[in-house]
Design a protein around this ligand. Structure first.
Ligand code: HPA
Length: 274
C-alpha cells in the first residue's frame, strides 16, 4: 500500500506534467471567495478529479480545481474549492492538498474562509487577520504514524500564523485604506451552526471568529514547515443575545463584499513578499 509521502509524490508529479511553474505561494479560497482566482494570470487549470489521490468529491461539495499561474508577479497555486471535515473526509484527506502544494515548492500558505463573528466590535464584511487558533474539531490531521520526512512528531504551535506576514498584511491594508481586525479563530466540525450556548462558550474561551475549516490546513502547514497567513471574512454576526436564524444567501452576499476587499489586499501583500 502506498504511504502518504508516495501519494503526495504522485499527485505533485502529475501536476508538474501539466504545469512546469515553481509556485512560491499556495492559496486556499474559502466559500464565496473564488473571485481572486480570476485575477491570477492563469497558466493551467487542473480539476481535482484529475489529480491522483486527491479526495473525490462528495455529493454536497462542488468539484474544485487548482488554478496555477502568477498573481502580482508571484508564481502561485490556488485551490478553488476546499475539502471540509463535515463532508465526511478524514482530516488527512482535508489537508492532503497542503502537502501536495508543499511538494510543489510553496513556502507560504495563504488560507481564507467565511466565518461567524463573535467579537461584538466586528462588523459584517470585516477582514480578520488570524493571529491564533483553537482546534475544537475533535480530530487532528497529524494523528497516526508520523513520517519524519514530512515533519516532526510534535510540531510547535506557539506561532501557527507567521508574525511577519501578519504585520505585512496589516500595514498593507492600512496603506490601501482597508480596515482589518486581528483575532483568534476557532474551528468546529459543523455542519450545523452553533447554538447560543455554544457561541457564548466559544467567545468565553477566547475566540473572535468561528468557522468549519482552516485549522486543519494550518496544523499541517506548520508540520510541513510552511509560513501561514490566515484571513477570515466575517459573513455573519454570532452574538448569543441577539442571534437570528442564519441566512445563507446573505452570508454569500457578504462573502462577496469581503472577497472584493481580499482581491485588493492579497496581490499587494504578495508584491511585498521578501
Ligand atoms: N459558524 C457560524 N457562522 C459561520 C460559520 C460557522 O462555522 N461559518 C461561517 N459563518
Amino acid at each position: 500500500m502506498l504511504g502518504l509521502a508516495d501519494k503526495i509524490g504522485d499527485a505533485a508529479g502529475s501536476i508538474r506534467e501539466t504545469w512546469k511553474g515553481e509556485p512560491r505561494v499556495g492559496l486556499i479560497l474559502g466559500t464565496g471567495l473564488g473571485g481572486l482566482a480570476s485575477q491570477i494570470e492563469q497558466e493551467a487549470i487542473i480539476d481535482y478529479g484529475d489529480i491522483p489521490h486527491f479526495p473525490t468529491s462528495t455529493v454536497e461539495s462542488h468539484a474544485g480545481q487548482l488554478v496555477c499561474g502568477n498573481l502580482a508577479g508571484v508564481p502561485i497555486v490556488a485551490m478553488e474549492g476546499r475539502f471540509h471535515y463535515y463532508e465526511g473526509y478524514s482530516m488527512q484527506q482535508v489537508t492532503f492538498p497542503v502537502r501536495v502544494m508543499k511538494a510543489l515548492g510553496i513556502e507560504i500558505l495563504v488560507v481564507t474562509n467565511a466565518a461567524g463573528g463573535m467579537n461584538p466590535q466586528y462588523e459584517l464584511g470585516d477582514l480578520m487577520i488570524i493571529e491564533d487558533q483553537i482546534n475544537l474539531i475533535g480530530d487532528n490531521p497529524l494523528i497516526g504514524v508520523n513520517d519524519d520526512k514530512l515533519g516532526t512528531r510534535f510540531p510547535d504551535m506557539c506561532e501557527p500564523y507567521d508574525r511577519g506576514l501578519i504585520g505585512l498584511t496589516r500595514t498593507t491594508a492600512l496603506n490601501l485604506g482597508l480596515k482589518t481586525q486581528q483575532g483568534v479563530f476557532v474551528a468546529v466540525a459543523g455542519p450545523n451552526l452553533e447554538t447560543r450556548a455554544e457561541y457564548r462558550m466559544l467567545r468565553l474561551i477566547g475566540a473572535d471568529c468561528v468557522g468549519m475549516s482552516t485549522v486543519p490546513e494550518c496544523i499541517v502547514a506548520k508540520h510541513a514547515g510552511l509560513r501561514t497567513l490566515g484571513i477570515s471574512i466575517v459573513t455573519d454576526m454570532c452574538l448569543p443575545d441577539s442571534l437570528e436564524p442564519v441566512d445563507l444567501p446573505k452570508i454569500l452576499e457578504v462573502a462577496a463584499i469581503g472577497g472584493k476587499r481580499l482581491s485588493q489586499l492579497i496581490p499587494e501583500v504578495l508584491k511585498k513578499l521578501k
